[in-house]
Design a protein around this ligand. Structure first.
Ligand SMILES: Nc1ncnc2c1ncn2[C@@H]1O[C@H](COP(=O)(O)OP(=O)(O)OP(=O)(O)O)[C@@H](O)[C@H]1O
Length: 281
């Protein structure tokens, strides 16, 4: 469905993409990882038809530069940095729906399911929303349509656990009929959402691996963590995950989104010396 054939991009003599060849088919969920400056965003901009480059990019057989409208109509894109749009959210939703021939009500329903208060945000300028609210709005715009190519740049970074769950559910519902390209600096953020990992380094593909596809994106796990003693910093970290303790901070219980497992274990690793036991089921 997507193909990059020997794609290179140079900014002022700096070669940012260096002969990228990749093809990605429907049903593939690709983590595009790599350190800062590896070229991930540039590759996506080429896919969206925004840059002149060497080599060939096609989406469903079409060159995205020559067929931007047709290509963008099938793309749901969540950018890493929200655009500084001054227009009210209501106007943004109408505009986005018109561009891709969708119904604004679908986007609004998606915003509500992610936990946004539509009546409160509709008249507010997009740029004045909090980081998490902007993220939810952009995700709703990307998912509130029939996109079969979802491109997401660090999409879940600012979401609370409830919204993450809804977001993962949405991805799960579309996993067989869409291509997903999810970029991140950190593989543990996205590993459990994908079935292929492409790592970029200095404009080249450094690794391209299929990974086990036994991920339950919608699973919820009951989790208990026991500590050797209460610790205020740990209590603060657990509050972010909506975990509670009924014994003064020694045992902590909560529900984890399946795809957040690795990220959660990453948080626990910071307190490794204090952790006496972990149970997940
Ligand atoms: N418009 C531009 N003009 C000049 N240089 C650019 C431009 N866009 C990106 N670059 C350079 O290209 C390189 C790759 O940037 P890119 O944003 O694609 O990397 P990335 O892998 O997405 O990084 P990050 O994870 O930090 O977002 C960087 O060195 C960056 O400075």
């Amino acid at each position: 469905m997507i193909s990059f054939a020997n794609v290179s991009k140079t900014f002022k003599r700096h070669k940012v993409l260096d002969g990228i060849t990749l093809s990605i088919e429907t049903g593939e969920r690709v983590a595009l990882v790599g350190s800062n400056g590896a070229g991930k965003t540039t590759l996506i901009r080429c896919l969206l038809g925004e840059y002149l480059h060497e080599g060939e990019v096609t989406v469903g057989g079409l060159d995205p530069k020559a067929n931007r409208k047709a290509v963008l109509a099938r793309v749901g894109f969540v950018p890493q940095i929200p655009p500084p749009l001054k227009m009210p959210v209501g106007e943004l939703v109408n505009f986005a729906a018109a561009v891709c021939d969708s119904d604004p009500e679908r986007i609004i329903a998606m915003m509500r399911s992610l936990g946004l208060d539509w009546d409160m945000v509709r008249s507010r300028p997009f740029v004045k929303l909090s980081g998490g609210m902007k993220q939810k709005t952009l995700i709703a715009v990307a998912l509130g349509r029939d996109a079969d190519l979802l491109i997401m740049d660090e999409p879940a970074a600012n979401l609370d656990p409830e919204a993450r769950h809804i977001f993962f559910q949405q991805l799960h519902d579309r996993k067989d009929r869409a291509v997903m390209l999810i970029t991140s600096h950190r593989l543990d953020e996205v590993a459990s959402l994908v079935n292929r990992v492409v790592e970029m380094d200095q404009g080249k593909v450094a690794l391209d691996d299929r990974v086990a596809d036994d991920v339950e994106m919608t699973a919820k796990l009951d989790c208990t963590v026991r500590l050797t003693r209460p610790e205020p910093a740990f209590a603060k970290a657990m509050a972010d995950w909506r975990f509670v303790s009924e014994d003064g901070g020694v045992s902590w219980n909560g529900a984890l989104n399946g795809p957040d497992r690795l990220r959660f274990l990453g948080v626990l690793a910071r307190y490794a010396g204090l952790v006496a036991g972990i149970e997940m089921k």
